[in-house]
Design a protein around this ligand. Structure first.
Ligand code: NI
Length: 255
């Protein structure tokens, strides 16, 4: 079975057919899905999905691009709801310098605050880091983020940066980008990261892999990602599927 470690099924892109699609996923070999919160609103919808579908779990947190909405009240709300028995991580949290807003200091403040929250709750973190490798690494080292560990989602840096996260004990979320022809740097990173530190993700509805690039993504595309990882590592897709299932269970602490 395939473990989808990162999807956004609360997204409005799924409003027309969410229910039938989630049923299809289960029939299509997707054994577990972790739906990832990105704003307080999407954390609320994530909770609703966790309640409704036995195979859907959740991560609750505020994405760097949404941090302008955060306050200590928001952190308290997260703290309370992260206690849900199906909440498996704090996320997605991090830094995104691709867009100018919110300003870096705001993003950093709430990244730090949410890393502290994860520690307090003893939950792993799901990290979103884009064009912000140095600040992400500095903050995570400063806060000893390796204590809770977690997943570097949609890893997009070099294999040298991968080394740093590996040393901290982190796992790497590999998604559709690995199937793109021009993703040389990522393919190299996947080659160098040990199989026991890889998990698969779609980030649905975004980032559909080849041959569905550009379309709405969903977890039924995960086999394309698994096949590409298998080709890079010169092993069978079945081995990648089994290893990433076990890795995901381990990092999200499923017994
Ligand atoms: Ni995401």
């Amino acid at each position: 079975m395939i473990f989808e470690t990162h999807a956004h099924y609360d997204d409005e892109a799924f409003d027309p057919d969410r229910e039938s699609l989630l049923e299809e996923l289960q029939k299509g070999g997707i054994g577990r899905v972790v739906n990832i919160g990105a704003s307080l609103k999407s954390c609320r919808s994530t909770l609703a999905l966790m309640e409704k579908y036995p195979f859907v779990y959740g991560a609750l947190g505020v994405h760097p691009s949404e941090t302008a909405e955060l306050s200590e009240e928001g952190i308290l709300w997260l703290k309370e709801h992260c206690a849900h028995k199906k909440c498996v991580a704090v996320g997605e949290i991090g830094l995104d310098y691709h867009w100018p807003e919110p300003e870096k200091e705001v993003q950093k403040k709430w990244f730090i605050r949410q890393l502290e929250l994860a520690k307090e709750l003893n939950l792993p973190v799901v990290i979103h880091s884009r064009e912000a490798a140095k600040d992400t690494v500095d903050i995570m080292k400063e806060l000893n983020a390796g204590e809770t560990g977690g997943i570097i989602h949609c890893f997009s840096y070099t294999k040298e940066t991968a080394e740093i996260f590996l040393d901290m004990g982190f796992y790497f979320g590999i998604g559709g980008v690995v199937t793109f022809k021009n993703a040389k740097k990522l393919k190299e990173a996947v080659e160098s990261i040990p199989l026991d530190r890889l998990v698969v993700e779609t980030d649905s509805p975004y980032l559909a892999p080849e041959p569905n690039r550009g379309k709405r993504n969903n977890s039924l595309n995960l086999p394309y990602i698994i096949e590409e990882i298998a080709a890079i590592k010169k092993i069978s897709p079945a081995e990648v599927e089994a290893a990433t299932w076990e890795n995901a269970k381990k990092i999200y602490k499923f017994v």
